[in-house]
Design a protein around this ligand. Sequence first.
Ligand code: 13P
Ligand code: SF4
Length: 325
Amino acid sequence: MHNLPNLHLINPTIYNMDNKEIIKRIEQLKREKNAVILAHYYTRPEIQDIADYLGDSLGLSQEAGRTNASIIVFCGVHFMAETAAVISPNKKVLIPDPTAGCSLAESITGYELKKWKEANSNGLVVSYVNTTAETKAYTDVCCTSANALNVVSSLPKDKEILFVPDANLGGWIQKKTGRKLNLWNGNCCVHHKISADMIKQAAEKFPNADILIHPEALCSWDDEVLSMQNVYMYSTAGMVKHAKNSNKKQFVIATELGTIYKLQQDSPEKEFIPLNDKLICAQMKKITLEKVLDVLENETNVVSLNAELSQKAQKSIDAMLEIKG
Ligand code: 13P
Ligand code: SF4
């Protein structure tokens, strides 16, 4: 588990304010303090509504690097805010709830990765961005679900690849690239619920729909699923783009359900059917308007990283960004 700052209690006066007042105060503080709000697609609708930038893991880290703001309020889970702090060491990154963790990022520690690497000295470590800064510090190159195929294909053929932490994403990359990977046995507690049977049932029930699946899903390396028509594997941002540009009218969404809010806003005339109503990341939902206002007002829950660790982690992110495609 990541280091938590001292417990900070929200000012009770915030709880006496209604959402309209909270949003007004947030907007005012943003202007006064030159702050921006970055939010992931899995956050609550009211958080998505106040975001200056809404995106997936990679898009958010890139935006953190681009923004001229002095303060970033990062509405997402802890590893994402940490990644923003690695990319933007001179900006103050605030996380509205520092206990918002991620089962995937927490499935490997820096120490475990160090040991695994020592035992496989010819191996290159590829880490999914859903990892802590400590894990990234022992990583050769990071990847996201959007660029993983390119990253893995670009690595020298005579090297073994140690892929962490998501075995489902890794399994999918193996199938698509034909390259053998050594997989760490981690998973996301939300996407790991998505089975091949669920997809087959959805395909029978909605024969005209496109089925959009996140490659963190348990079924992402199932041969039958991969050979099905109208089934697409996408990162969250990839799904948003596909649904917006497609002529189809109906989509089954096999990822965290917060994504549907954005999909519906972009294409109100299309129908988005959740694959399963349990695909909810409770950690992402910990971010509330009250907590956003509180951190902005008091500049608490600052994400701080050891400088040496941060520089090492930055190298693995830079290595990813240097790979084209
Ligand atoms: P992306 O945001 O890269 O699609 O990853 C999904 C996820 O589970 C983020 O926590
Ligand atoms: Fe982590 Fe999964 Fe939640 Fe994403 S959806 S933050 S990978 S637990």
